[in-house]
Design a protein around this ligand. Structure first.
Ligand SMILES: C[S@@+](CC[C@H](N)C(=O)[O-])C[C@H]1O[C@@H](n2cnc3c(N)ncnc32)[C@H](O)[C@@H]1O
Length: 219
């Protein structure tokens, strides 16, 4: 019998993927009783505030890719990308997280859901020598844009083509500050989960070069 599919922010996902996401949610809520994985005030709306919010990244860049997710914390967005990649049995997500307890949770989450990823208990600053190449990078709630660009510069110089960062309402200030240090193209995607949030997509990044990159607003 064919698996029933469901819809997740415009993505068709199989019953198996839905079950993986449900299993992850149960695990997350169990571990969140003893480890601070997200702001406690958001635990009641994990489906929207965290899972759908994270799934936006895969929806913007679907298909097999090698991802690096910086500061994965409780798994957002990296574990959700890894679960969605399991649907197509291709691609991989390297989760970088320096906190041992969170890393332990991430390992269990990947193992129990069968998601396509692995955990690196590292400082982000040390990760480029351990994980030398990737196609795309994600990060949510980890650092301001200038520091994120500093973090991703080695990967963007060695083949990564796109980076996706969730940002809140102050993103314009962060973009203006980053423009003083980096040249990059930017597409701003309106979040479909949070009215005052965006996902910034960075491409063609170079450090300290002359001239401003193009700014496009996604429709
Ligand atoms: C505010 S949490 C966000 C977690 C997750 N991305 C989310 O959106 O729910 C930031 C996470 O990044 C990790 N982190 C911050 N700076 C880091 C660094 N330099 N190297 C590795 N992990 C870092 C922290 O341990 C924490 O788990």
């Amino acid at each position: 019998m064919a698996s029933q599919s469901a819809e997740l922010i415009g993505l068709r996902v199989s019953r198996e993927t839905t079950e993986r996401l449900q299993h992850f949610t149960q695990l997350f809520l169990k571990w969140a009783k003893t480890i601070n994985l997200v702001a406690p005030s958001t635990l009641g709306d994990i489906g929207n505030r965290h899972i759908r919010d994270s799934a936006q990244i895969y929806a913007l860049a679907p298909g097999p890719k090698t991802w690096i997710d910086l500061g994965s914390g409780g798994g957002f967005p990296g574990v959700i990308t890894a679960i969605l990649l399991s649907e197509i049995s291709e691609g991989w997500v390297h989760l970088v997280e320096s906190n041992q307890k969170k890393a332990a949770f991430l390992r269990v989450a990947l193992q129990e859901t069968g998601a396509r990823g692995s955990v690196h208990v590292l400082r982000i600053e040390d990760a480029p020598t351990k994980i030398p190449a990737c196609d795309a990078i994600s990060a949510r709630a980890v650092a301001d844009l200038s520091l994120l660009l500093q973090f991703i510069a080695p990967w963007m110089a060695s083949g990564a083509t796109r980076a996706f960062f969730h940002k809140g309402r102050d993103y314009e200030t962060e973009v203006a500050n980053a423009r003083g240090r980096y040249d990059f193209d930017l597409v701003k995607h309106q979040s479909i989960v949070e009215a005052d949030s965006v996902i910034l997509e960075i491409t063609r990044m170079q450090q300290l070069s002359q001239g401003a990159g193009a700014i496009n607003v996604a429709r």
